[in-house]
Design a protein around this ligand. Sequence first.
Ligand code: HEC
Length: 94
Amino acid sequence: MNIVTKIALGALTLLFIGTSPVSAQEETTDLANGAQLWADTCMRCHNARPPSDLTMRAWSFSMNHMRVRAGLTGEETRDILAFIRASKTENDKQ
Ligand code: HEC
């Protein structure tokens, strides 16, 4: 690869990173994985509580609790929380 190609690729990469609409939070979470884990895991022991039942603060607290019960990794826990947040309606964003 010659120097001009390298510089062009570098500039393109910077442009891509700079204009990417994905926030740091979304980059580290996977909604589809969260939805799948929610369906597979959270109904093993009890009925699933709808996202509107708890505030995000209460969900975070509860997920720290359920994470231990269900044996989830930190990443899996974050994906499920992202799925819960995305499932809340506009009137229920607390
Ligand atoms: C291994 C069994 C098990 C799994 C898997 C599980 N739960 Fe629970 N969950 C419980 C039990 C038991 C309680 C009742 C509180 C207690 O005694 O710990 C509970 C209570 C709750 C509560 C009530 C508030 C609280 O924190 O006590 C919520 C909300 C909840 N679970 C959500 C979830 C979600 C979301 C998942 C999936 C990530 C999940 N649970 C997976 C066993 C489980």
